[in-house]
Design a protein around this ligand. Structure first.
Ligand SMILES: [Zn+2]
Ligand SMILES: [Zn+2]
Length: 179
């Protein structure tokens, strides 16, 4: 973890957990996600119990994105506040690996605890700094992947370039049929 606490990367972790879908139940897939996002220490300590706990967290994170996509700000905040109570932050100053002193959100607990605290704090940070409407679900049906809109004009509607071009092709075909 870099200095200070990188909440943006944790908000992205929440998105990645949601978008893994059923793959999240597979410890190998979860371990590779953690390795690919630089969380090698967490990847090496991951247990079956962590996988189960994160699977349950995924349900709750999905609910947050669904409430946001439905435009229900109060519901989003209620859900996040509930998660913040269940996943309290236990901050510690750390200087491991020769890094400058920096904050860790949760120290010494299980991998699932640290990742839960991080993803919930990450989303809470996005909502309070940028707004609830920055959380969304892909509109290229049937995809329902989550995303965080960091565009300057809040114009994002799709989880990926792939879904954006698929939606464009579908709209073009619909226009041709209509003409
Ligand atoms: Zn660190
Ligand atoms: Zn999509």
């Amino acid at each position: 973890m870099g200095a200070p606490v990188d909440l943006t990367s944790y908000a992205e972790l929440a998105v990645q957990l949601v978008n893994m879908g059923d793959e999240l139940r597979n410890p190998f897939s979860l371990r590779s996600l953690l390795e690919e996002t630089g969380r090698t220490e967490a990847a090496s300590r991951l247990t079956r119990r962590d996988v189960d706990a994160l699977w349950e967290l995924r349900e709750e994170l999905t609910g947050v994105f669904e409430a946001a996509a439905g435009g229900d700000d109060v519901d989003v905040v209620d859900r996040l506040n509930g998660l913040l109570v269940r996943h309290p932050v236990h901050p510690q100053i750390s200087g491991h690996d020769g890094q400058p002193w920096h904050l860790h959100l949760t120290e010494g607990g299980r991998v699932a605890d640290a990742l839960s605290v991080g993803s919930v704090m990450g989303l809470a940070s996005v909502v309070t700094r940028l707004g609830v409407d920055r959380l969304g679900l892909c509109q290229a049906s049937p995809c329902r992947n989550a995303y965080i809109d960091t565009s300057s004009n809040r114009s994002r509607r799709y989880c990926s370039e792939r879904c954006a071009s698929r939606a464009n092709v579908a709209a073009y075909r619909a226009r041709k049929r209509g003409a």
